[in-house]
Design a protein around this ligand. Structure first.
Ligand SMILES: [Zn+2]
Length: 276
């Protein structure tokens, strides 16, 4: 990170404005990851304000082909060319996803996937990163999850209890991966094929657990780093760009996408190298 943010922001805006971005992400797809959409101050850096969220959505719609993640995975499975597709995802299952984000997505007719922690839906569990900040954000109820699903949004799995799959192995990992899938399917009455592993860094999943994700019948395994995906990318190593307040402007986001990487750091991720 040698350039100043302000310069990068300007460059990012310029890239979008001049549509150079189309050249740079021409044969690639972007998967963005949100956590919370809400306006209160957030020391965790996991929240995007409602206004900013809508601006992001409009930017996605203008510059990309926004498609459901499952469609992107299918394209990758079939080895079809990628061309500026973008999939919107949310991790964890915070209630603001249902109350604030979904109405914006519906208004703009944008698809999205919500990765939920099955044991936390409808519970009063406070995860360690929120407890640390002495804040509490409610989870969706299962009724709200089902409502999203009925509206046509996809629901994905994110383990049962937000386990670190870089540490948990064997029976416990199986329980988290297979169990989380089963629980969401039971509540939805529909198959669940998309998976994002908690924390999302490269060291938050070991190979044996990625194999379990495949064995459970998932069709993808999303990280929370790595920038953009090419048509050669493996759906079980799906890169995502986490959206956080670090991107103080849309231009900054544009800059990172145009360069094919993301450098965001927030609890659960770390700055990463350019995508291979
Ligand atoms: Zn998570």
């Amino acid at each position: 990170m040698t350039m100043k943010r302000s310069i990068k922001a300007l460059l990012g805006q310029a890239l979008f404005a001049s549509r150079l971005d189309s050249l740079m992400v021409g044969n690639a797809a972007v998967v963005v990851a949100f956590h919370r959409v809400q306006d209160a101050p957030d020391a965790n850096g996991l929240s995007t304000s409602l206004e900013m969220f809508e601006r992001y959505c409009r930017l996605f719609r203008r510059h990309f082909r926004v498609i459901p993640l499952r469609d992107l995975v299918e394209r990758m499975e079939r080895g079809r060319a990628l061309h500026r597709q973008l999939a919107i995802t949310f991790d964890d299952g915070y209630r603001d996803n249902f109350e604030l984000a979904a109405p914006v997505l519906e208004k703009l007719s944008l698809p999205a996937t919500f990765f939920i922690v099955s044991q936390w839906m409808g519970s009063d569990v406070v995860p360690w990163w929120d407890r640390q900040q002495n804040v509490r954000y409610p989870w969706m109820t299962w009724d709200e999850v089902r409502s999203l699903h009925r509206k046509g949004f996809d629901i994905g799995a994110h383990t049962r209890t937000h386990a670190d799959l870089g540490r948990v192995v064997d029976g416990q990992a199986r329980e988290e991966i297979f169990g989380g899938k089963h629980e969401v399917e039971q509540h939805l009455g529909a198959p669940v094929e998309l998976f994002a592993y908690p924390y999302g860094r490269s060291d938050n999943i070991v190979d044996s657990n990625r194999d379990l994700v495949k064995a459970a019948g998932f069709r993808c395994c999303c990280s929370c780093f790595g920038g953009i995906n090419s048509s050669r990318s493996d759906p079980f190593h799906l890169a995502r760009i986490p959206i956080s307040p670090w991107y103080s402007s849309l231009g900054l986001f544009g800059f990172e996408v145009a360069l094919g990487r993301s450098v965001t750091s927030y609890p659960g991720t770390q700055p990463i190298q350019p995508a291979a």
